[in-house]
Design a protein around this ligand. Structure first.
Ligand SMILES: Nc1ncnc2c1ncn2[C@@H]1O[C@H](COP(=O)(O)OP(=O)(O)OP(=O)(O)O)[C@@H](O)[C@H]1O
Ligand SMILES: O=P(O)(O)OC[C@H]1O[C@H](OP(=O)(O)OP(=O)(O)O)[C@H](O)[C@@H]1O
Ligand SMILES: [Mg+2]
Length: 281
């Protein structure tokens, strides 16, 4: 059986579970359930802390899993990112009191508090900056107020926590993170991991695209197909009236209304949008 790790708590947990459910897997019924066997799909799910998932996958204790890119890089385990999952987006940034520290070079000889010491040590080393890294479990933003650090490096989503502590980010973000599907390179379960990957690609794509159908005057179909090129190529079908053709294509969800406007201006009519509930590309 394939062994897959899923975040049991925290920012990534609910969305990861929802995505696996959409991909047709059995998920836990109770937050206290830590192991779930999906016999139909030959997968055993282990509900673990996202921080530990990269370590378990890297060591081969489990074959693959879902965690944050920042946690994967912090662990420095042998696990590798297979694909981004499109949720749990955040940046990882340095912050300090306003005007106190201008850039990464100015961190030199200062104390940096973080829950991601691996990630920060690597980043400072790459920048050629010597600093003391203070490892904390959480509530990192308070470290400056408490006088145990001059700089913090932490996850920033909305920036509300930083503002509430009177801190400001500085320098370029160290990292742009989101939830990722990870695996151990060279796992003997490579084929089974690939099946999960294809299912997850199906969910991500179904969320990202809608299906567009429209009727198009036959002489305008080439132009209309340039507006909706689809993934491979749009499907063009005859209609009872030979002056018209029916066109069907996937369109990025975010562009739906812009594309509909363009098609309408061109002369297309009966433009319909439908949800894609699942797909395999
Ligand atoms: N607002 C957020 N706060 C923290 N982590 C976030 C946020 N948004 C996305 N993430 C991502 O979630 C992962 C951290 O999840 P984790 O469960 O370890 O911490 P958490 O969500 O802060 O939960 P807790 O601190 O309650 O244990 C990281 O990959 C991080 O980038
Ligand atoms: O930019 P924001 O939207 O404010 O989100 C980022 C904050 O949220 C998380 O903290 P959490 O509430 O999980 O507490 P923790 O520090 O104890 O993990 C994270 O560690 C940041 O502090
Ligand atoms: Mg947290």
């Amino acid at each position: 059986m394939l062994r897959l790790a899923v975040p049991n708590k925290g920012s990534l947990s609910d969305s990861a579970i929802a995505m696996l459910k959409e991909a047709g897997y059995r998920t836990r019924r109770d937050p206290k359930e830590l192991v779930v066997t999906d016999a139909d799909n030959s997968v055993e799910f282990f509900y673990l802390r996202p921080r530990d998932i990269a370590v378990y996958v890297g060591s081969g204790t489990v074959d693959a899993g879902i965690t944050g890119r920042d946690l994967l890089l912090d662990a420095g385990s042998g696990a590798e990112e297979v694909m981004a999952l499109g949720f749990g987006a955040s940046t990882f940034r340095y912050a300090a009191r306003p005007g106190e520290i201008a850039d990464v070079a100015a961190i030199s000889s200062r104390r940096v508090a973080t829950s991601y010491p691996g990630l920060v040590a690597k980043h400072l080393a790459q920048a050629g900056v010597q600093a003391d890294v203070v490892r904390l479990d959480g509530a990192v933003e308070t470290a400056i107020t408490l006088g145990v650090a001059d700089v913090i490096a932490d996850v920033v989503e909305t920036g509300t926590t930083l503002r509430a502590q009177g801190l400001e980010p500085f320098g370029e973000p160290i990292l742009r993170s989101e939830a990722v599907f990870i695996r151990r390179p060279g796992t003997s379960q490579g084929g089974a991991v690939e099946v999960v990957r294809r299912r997850l690609v199906g969910v991500v794509t179904a969320r990202h695209y809608v299906m567009l159908d429209y009727d198009c005057p036959a002489e305008l179909v080439q132009e209309a197909c340039r507006v909706t090129p689809g993934l491979e190529s749009p499907t063009v079908s005859p209609m009872q009236n030979p002056a018209w053709l029916a066109v069907r294509a996937m369109v990025p969800r975010a562009q739906t209304n812009r594309v509909m406007d363009a098609l309408y201006d061109l002369g297309a009519r009966a433009i319909l949008v439908t949800e894609i509930s699942a797909c395999r590309l």
